[in-house]
Design a binder for this molecule. Structure first.
Ligand SMILES: *[C@@H]1O[C@H](CO)[C@@H](O)[C@H](O)[C@H]1NC(C)=O
Ligand SMILES: *[C@@H]1O[C@H](CO)[C@@H](O)[C@H](O)[C@H]1NC(C)=O
Ligand SMILES: *[C@@H]1O[C@H](CO)[C@@H](O)[C@H](O)[C@H]1NC(C)=O
Length: 478
């Protein structure tokens, strides 16, 4: 009996020691080793060859996603209008300003639109807004017979539009043939007296107009970017098996702006005129995408729950302001090199955050960004620093290196969701002599945080509008 007790206590002591001291040893070990990626510098430079190696998830309802300015995009054939990195970052700042002003003001302050008289000058200016250029495109089919159109997909806006003939005002140059309603048997105008026409107010921020009984929409992105035309319905072909009659879209007869050579915009926001809302009978407002690791590879945009990985972890979607089309999420923490940064939770709650497919660089509250940047600099101190690049202020000159060790970064969302940023989502390279941490700080504590598209690379991101949640998993595409 006594022997058993002695035996048991010895056993307990050993177990307690194992739990306490091995755990501590493990923690110490973690502190000592910085979790990092070894990045080959050649991988940071653009390639001119498209390597399409995406594992197709659910081909039935899946579209291929490519970067607008990369070799996998057919828009790339015309290289004359590819912006510089400094221009991309400036336009990104314009997009962020437009998101802020959309959140600040309630939408709906507006003018009546007239197709023949509406031009850039008569559209109410929205300060400094832009659709931005660091965007991804997909190709869909419109009309009968179906015409292929390459559109920028945008989770930050609602109405889908494409340039249409006749270009009563003006059309910018696009790669695809401009859509001609007169050549489609399934096209019809929306009447300006119908309730459908009135629903444009919340989707565009403008009251619709009327042109010979046809409903006229107008949407402006500032920066002289806008589209005005007839609000219409048409047969939409996402994939050969996923076809929708009477899809509401803007048939833009007067369009101008920073759309590259894309034929228009695919609106994936939360308003009732967005694509997810119009197709909710089939997909239940669920879609997912994977943005490729670079402009020379391909990702996917998938509608419905087919192909959603079982390893996806979900965080709750929040409404960031009334009548907003944005997908609100709660950022709760950041880790660098395996170590959680000491940022108070109130820093993130004061600003709120959204996820956006069109913003290139993740924006953080000032205190969160400075904590991230200083820890990153500490762990990167062996590398010479370089000049800031536009909004990016933590830059390095890697001229004398062939590979570098870069600390891992994770963003934490409410619901205990850790999202490790892919190694292709940590740095933004303007050539080897200026490679920057691809995050930026807001200037005001209350400015909204934005989880941008560079940090979303290779993640499968699942938008479940009906379920009110947003999911992430790594390794969605290459
Ligand atoms: C899925 O799509 C990929 C390319 O997008 C193709 O190579 C593959 O054969 C397709 N699979 C099926 C089952 O259709
Ligand atoms: C749609 O409305 C426009 C503008 O009023 C008009 O020119 C066009 O003929 C109409 N198209 C159809 C198919 O009714
Ligand atoms: C690269 O190495 C050369 C030769 O040692 C040195 O002169 C130069 O300053 C280095 N450049 C950078 C950016 O560190």
């Amino acid at each position: 009996m006594g022997a058993t007790i002695v035996h048991l206590s010895a056993y307990v002591i050993v177990v307690v020691w194992l739990i306490c001291c091995l755990k501590e040893g493990y923690a110490l070990g973690r502190k000592a080793t910085v979790e990092s990626h070894t990045i080959q510098l050649s991988s940071l430079l653009p390639s001119s060859i498209c390597s399409s190696a995406t594992k197709a998830l659910d081909n039935k309802s899946s579209l291929q996603v490519v970067h607008k300015h990369g070799p996998c995009s057919q828009l790339y054939q015309d290289k004359s209008n590819i912006p510089t990195h400094a221009q991309i970052l400036l336009q990104d700042e314009d997009r962020v300003k437009s998101i802020r002003s959309k959140l600040a003001k309630n939408r709906g302050h507006s003018t009546d639109l007239d197709l023949d008289q509406t031009d850039a000058a008569s559209l109410p200016a929205k300060d400094g807004s832009s659709v931005g250029v660091g965007n991804y495109v997909v190709t869909i089919g419109l009309g009968n017979p179906k015409k292929d159109l390459t559109l920028i997909f945008d989770t930050g806006s609602d109405i889908t539009w494409t340039q249409c003939q006749p270009c009563a005002g003006s059309c910018y140059k696009q790669q695809d043939e401009i859509f001609a309603p007169s050549q489609s048997s399934t096209y019809s105008n929306i009447s300006c007296t119908s309730p459908t026409c009135s629903s444009l107010v919340s989707a565009t921020g403008n009251r619709p107009g009327c042109s010979s009984a046809a409903c006229v929409y107008g949407i402006q992105y500032g920066d002289s970017s806008f589209s005005v035309g007839i609000f219409a319905k048409e047969k939409l072909t996402l994939t050969p098996t996923d076809v929708f009659d009477d899809f509401l879209f803007g048939c833009g007869q007067n369009n101008q702006g920073l759309f590259g050579r894309a034929a228009g915009l695919l609106g994936l926001g939360r308003d009732k005129l967005s694509l997810p809302s119009q197709t909710d009978m089939k997909y239940k407002k669920l879609f997912s995408y994977c943005l490729p690791s670079s402009s020379s590879s391909t990702g996917f945009l998938n509608f419905g729950d087919g192909g959603v990985s079982k390893s996806v972890k979900f965080t709750a979607l929040s409404t960031i302001s009334q009548s907003s089309s944005f997908y609100g999420i709660d950022i709760v923490g950041i880790s660098v090199g395996g170590k959680k940064l000491p940022i108070s939770a109130s820093v993130f709650t004061a600003s709120g955050a959204i996820i956006d497919s069109g913003t290139v660089i993740t924006r953080l509250p000032p205190m969160a960004y400075s904590a991230l940047s200083s820890e990153f600099k500490k762990l990167m101190s062996q590398y010479p620093m370089a000049q800031p690049l536009s909004i990016l202020d933590t830059c390095y000159d890697f001229t004398n290196f062939t590979s570098v060790n870069v600390p891992e970064i994770s963003i934490f969302f409410s619901g205990d969701v850790e999202v490790p940023i892919d190694e292709n989502g940590i740095l933004y390279a303007n050539g080897i002599s200026q490679v920057c941490l691809a995050f930026a700080g807001n200037s005001d504590d209350t400015d909204v945080g934005i989880f941008g598209n560079t940090q979303q690379r290779t993640l499968q991101v699942v938008y479940d509008g009906a379920g009110g949640k947003l999911g992430f998993t790594t390794g969605g595409c290459t």
